[in-house]
Structure formats: structure tokens, C-alpha cells
Unconditional design. Sequence first.
Length: 345
Amino acid sequence: MKILKQVLGIDVAQKELVVSLGRMHEDLTAEIYAGKVFANTEKGFSALLEWVERSTDSNLPVRFVMEATGVYHESFAYFLDERLRQVSIVLPNKINHYFKTLDVKTVTDYTAAEAIARFGLERKLTVWKRPNAVFKNLKQLTRERDQIVDARTVTKNQLHAESCEAEPSKNTIKRLNALIAFLDKQEKEIMQEITAVVKKDQRASDTIKLLTSIPGVGVLTAAIVLAETNGFELIRNKRQLTSYAGLDVREKQSGTSIKGKPRISKRGNRYLRKAMHLPALSAIQCNERFKTVFARLVSRHGIKMKAAVAVQRKMLELMYILYKTNTSFDAEFTREIKKEKQLLQ
């Protein structure tokens, strides 16, 4: 029987790759027919590729499908890209949702690899592209800064607790202050590096200029958004962007007896969500458009945080629109639209 599609599902761990080979026949039946474990090393990658070539039809390309598991999948993805192989990297939440639809009672690395292979056979997936060097550098720098800021917050809390004790230790306070000063210095150095990276690349510089035209969005926020989306490379629409950020709304409802409260999924890129928090609060304070959106939502349900999250989502979508249309934010245009609506009422 003719084979229409060949897929290798890969469950990635720190030290090993658990893989499953699958194929789809012309009658659209999917078959998982082989599986193996390889080391997550350069030597393991070569052995895996040789095994795949022996076990598949050489006249039909093999799609390599894996989850985005932190950084452990990156080395193998780069290895395959250098050898011109078709690679697709899927968000873990999509695989998790798909796994629940399968009649699988035992969850292991092998069943996970099989599920990924079946997912690749049944779905039309986008081919992964190696991240732009500038955006990859920005991603490393912005995430490093995020870790430093978190460490500084913990240290400041420790300093506050120590200072409020009845008999605080002077040496402990001295060390904590020194650590805070060191972290401040590191953050400053990283911010200087981010600025330098942006200035060197004209495309990144121009895009950040567009994004920072939105009230509340600074250079750091724009850099994080571009870094985490690889310059919106694989984003096709606003809905996909909000889902990737985990700002999409989930609602559980069944008949008249079950109705859960709508809430954001949070199954996405937490760095994007975190980056949009303070800009949204700033925009609510200084921009009429977002202030109106915030006030309308608060009057509807009375929950300020929920309304602030909605503003985060709208700001992120607006950043994508400005990028796609290559235009800057125009506050006057928003005011004119508002005036026209008032005249029509």
C-alpha cells in the first residue's frame, strides 16, 4: 500500500531522545511501527539519523516532530536544520490536549513519542525555521535580565526581613546590600547589551521603534516580544499570538448545570505575559483608548485584574498589527474614530 506521509515523533529529555516512527497509508490509516531511544548528544543525533534512514522509504521525506521542551530540544533541532531535514516544533499544550483524546491509560516517554508521531501524521504542521540570530541573542539577554530581577527581589525581601528583626545582623545586612548592588550592576550591563544589539540590526531597530509608539511600551518590552516570537516569524494571526502567550480565554460550559468562570489559559509563553503586565498598567493610566477599555470591563464584571489582563491582550495584538502593517500608533486617529461615533449617536 502506498505511503503518503512519514513522521518521527520525538519525546525530548535532558539526556535522551525517545522516538517513534509512524507512517500514513493511502487509505488514511496511521501506523506506528518502530521506536527507539538515543542519547541527546551529537553522537546520538547521528545514530538516530542513520536509524531513520534505514527504517523509512527514501523516496518520501520524513517530518521530525518534537515538543518545545525548554532548551533541551534546541541542539537536535539545529542539527536537523543543518542537514536540511523537515522539522516541526509544537507547543506542549497542543500535544497535551491531543494526548487526552487518545485511548492511552499509561503515560510514559514511549507513549508520549507515539502521540507526537500520530499528531504529526494527522495535522498539517508548520516547518520550523532557525531563530534569527539577533532575536535569539535578545532572548538570551532578556531572560538573563529576568532571572537577575527575580534574584534581586528575593534579596531585597531578605534584607527587609533582616532589618526588621529585633537584633539584626550587621554583617548579613552588609552582604545583602553588596549583593543587591552587584545585581543592579549586572542588570545595567545587560540593558546596555540589549541596546547595542538593537542598534546594530536595522530591522530590529525599526520594528522596536514602531512598537514603542504604543503608550506604555518601552524598548525592553518590545525587545522581549520580538525575542520570544522570533520577530513574529511563525505568528499568522492575532488569535495565534494570544494563544502562544497564554492570554487566550478558556471557558468550561456544559448544558445548564456546569458553567465555569472564563479565565486565561496561562498555557503559553510566561515571559510574554510577564512583559505585558506593567505596560498595560501604564497604558491604563496614560492612554484614553486603554483607559476606556479598562473602565468598560470593570463596570461589566467589577474585577480590575481581569480587565487589566484584557488590556494586556489588546496591547499585544496591537503590537502585532503595527508590525504587520508597518505603521506607528496614532493616538489622533483613535480620537477621530471616537468623535465620529459620538456624532452618529
